[in-house]
Ligand binder design. Structure first.
Ligand SMILES: [Zn+2]
Length: 651
């Protein structure tokens, strides 16, 4: 037993299984998330979705993996079954991601059947691992005939083989499984594989990088639970080698492998790869205090927020290469906006918050959550969007599965982690970042405290927080005041609210009395000694607001969009005389709102007076009533046209 392992076992004995999602302690992120295991969501919006993920999407995704040979690939590689490799070379990663999601779900809702099922799959995965730790069923099953684009030999075509991408997801899944169950069965497989990677790659060894980033995040998580610094060093090596032409022939912009990462200033190439790289850079920077990474991801973040962020929080404008477009290249109908890219963007923005503690990063995260991410999964939890366009002339629907099913398996791991984004702590400061009905337990000044949050968000902006603490507590409460509540659509001038939408002041009361607060980094800060049953009331005025895009966005010229609270709206043909395109809001100052519990699992709807061109031989402009639904809920009622951006005048 090596020294690190012994220390780890002693820590485990003294403190039990670590529960932190992000590695903690010295050299970690300055801001600490309250992990999702300490947050219980009790609301009408997210709780049912997380429950659908648990009851429908997790078993559904596993069933699809069984039907498509993804599980059998491990059994065949383990020699337990006859057969050939089925599917795409990186299909192993889907199984890993679903195990990760299932593990988060187990922590929230223990299910012995699911626990046993995971054990059975992990046995197959362990069986598929080669003697020296290598794990990639595409090659192991028939090394002479690996699946297309796997490369003739191990790591010989690393730009496209995804061997390292796959295992990055495995490390994340293994850590999640270990934290959920305390079992080391999967973690042992991950550690054995990571040790092989560390023996093959590095200074004086193979100096290559993965064409698709992810291993960097996985290695840091492995470092987080094992405390073994060589995994952190390996993650840093892979990041430093990116764009370093002395080490390997560069893969180019598509893989963010064109110049050294510390010199990069623009988001380029494949959007999911890019997002995972920026997450890995944030993680390594936080653990090693590398300021050059922090400067680079700050520049890149500004580039995205100023020129490459869709109103829905989506990123990656182009279908070709699933990639970022040029600055301000944000087409609507052909917007790619892969669901995985929305998730990568959310993961990255949260890490930016953990570095800087500024609310603008949560503004972007919230925009993604309620719009560009949520559209990726059907209300029933068994159909998925891969691209998430902002306009459609009809015919585009969510699908049950894809040959490349990265998005369904990403949704399933992201949804149950959402409670972990609500609260964070720094010293004696408690941050309330998201408004989701929940109860959180946290330690303040060494003693256990609870806070209950009650709200009807995202349909109304009233939020009540109740302190539950046996002892009086002196801490600062940081309440996020969303950018949209003021005059900022996103943290840049990429979009703007109509000047007629003058922001109304938020109301903050403590125990029913107006209270003094200061504003810092986008938060209302209240400092006082808190007693049991103290009530904090926050009201963020919520009304429909009209939005324009920066003139430099060609697809936004002469157009407008609508948002209420954090929710972006769209017109769908089914509600608007069969055609969502070329409909105009004529009375922009009187927008009706109603909550409709009976449709689309309960949604807030906007009502407008508008105009449309009536169909027929002599097209004429007609006065009509228009109805907008939340963007995330579109494409649930048959094939229909859809538009987020509406022309300001009939074309
Ligand atoms: Zn995807």
């Amino acid at each position: 037993m090596d020294k690190n392992c012994l220390i780890f076992l002693v820590i485990l004995f003294l403190f039990g299984v670590p529960k932190e999602v992000f590695p903690q302690g010295k050299g970690a992120y300055p801001f600490t998330p309250v992990p999702f295991t300490q947050v219980k969501i009790e609301d009408q919006f997210w709780a049912p979705r997380i429950e659908t993920n648990r009851k429908v999407t997790i078993p559904y995704d596993f069933q699809k993996c069984e039907e498509t040979g993804r599980i059998d690939n491990f059994a065949v590689a383990a020699g337990l079954k006859e057969g050939k490799f089925k599917g795409i070379r990186f299909d192993d990663s889907d199984v890993f991601k679903i195990i990760e999601g299932a593990s988060y779900s187990l922590q929230q809702h223990y299910d012995p059947k699911l626990d046993n099922y995971l054990d059975s799959i992990i046995r197959l995965i362990a069986g598929a691992q080669e003697e020296d730790g290598y794990l990639y069923t595409s090659r192991t099953i028939d090394p002479q005939n690996p699946a297309k684009n796997s490369g003739d030999q191990r790591w010989s075509f690393i730009a496209q083989s995804h061997e390292l991408y796959n295992v990055g997801h495995m490390y994340e899944a293994a850590v999640a499984h270990y934290l959920a169950t305390g079992k080391k069965s999967f973690l042992d497989v991950a550690v054995k594989n990571a040790n092989l990677i560390c023996s093959v790659f590095g200074p004086g060894k193979v100096r290559m990088v993965s064409g698709h980033e992810e291993i960097e995040i996985g290695l840091v998580r492995l470092y987080g639970v094992t405390g073994d610094k060589k995994y952190l060093g390996m993650a840093k090596f892979f990041i430093d080698e990116r764009g370093n032409k002395k080490g390997h022939k560069l893969f180019g912009e598509y893989c963010q492998d064109h110049i050294p990462v510390a010199e990069q200033s623009k988001a380029v190439g494949h959007a999911v790869r890019a997002g995972y790289l920026y997450c890995g850079m944030a993680d390594v920077a936080a653990m090693t205090n590398d300021s050059s990474y922090i400067r680079a991801i700050s520049r890149i973040w500004s580039n995205v927020a100023e020129t490459k962020l869709y109103l829905t929080g989506g990123i990656g404008a182009k279908e070709e290469g699933e990639a970022f477009g040029d600055d301000y290249e944000l087409p609507n109908a052909t917007a790619y906006n892969e669901t995985c890219a929305a998730i990568a963007n959310a993961l990255w923005n949260y890490r930016m918050f953990l570095l800087f503690g500024e609310s603008k990063y949560i503004d972007v995260l919230e925009r993604i959550l309620y719009n560009g991410f949520l559209s990726g999964v059907s209300l029933e939890g068994d159909k998925f969007f891969y691209p998430n366009p902002l306009e459609c002339s009809g015919g585009y629907q969510r699908k049950p599965w894809f040959d490349c099913s990265c998005c369904p398996s990403n949704v399933v791991r992201f949804l149950p982690s959402i409670p972990g984004y609500i609260y964070a702590i720094k010293g004696n400061n408690l941050y309330v970042n998201l408004f989701i009905g929940s109860t959180v337990s946290f330690k303040m000044n060494g003693s256990e405290t609870k806070l209950k949050q009650e709200t009807g968000y995202p349909w109304n902006g009233k939020i009540k927080l109740t302190v539950n603490s046996p002892k009086e507590q002196n801490f600062k409460l940081y309440l996020r005041i969303p950018g949209w509540a003021g005059n900022q659509v996103v943290p840049s001038d990429l979009y703007a609210f109509s000047e007629k939408n003058k922001p109304k002041p938020v109301v903050i009361k403590v125990n029913n009395k107006k209270t003094n607060y200061s504003m810092k980094d986008g938060y209302a800060v209240i400092e006082q000694v808190w007693k049991d049953n103290d009530e904090i009331f926050l009201e963020i005025p919520m009304e429909a607001k009209r939005i324009f895009a920066n003139e430099k966005v060609e697809a936004g010229r002469g157009m407008e969009a609508y948002q209420r609270g954090p929710v972006v709206y769209c017109l769908e043909g089914i509600d608007n005389n069969g055609n969502a395109l070329n409909a105009v809001v004529s009375d922009k100052n009187n927008i009706g709102y109603s909550f409709e519990p009976g449709i689309l699992k309960g949604v807030g709807i906007l009502h407008f007076k508008g105009q449309q061109i009536a169909k027929g031989e002599n097209p004429e402009v007609k006065d009509v009533k228009l109805t907008a639904i939340p963007y995330y809920a579109w494409a649930h009622r048959g094939e229909s046209s859809m538009a987020v951006w509406l022309p300001q005048k009939i074309k």
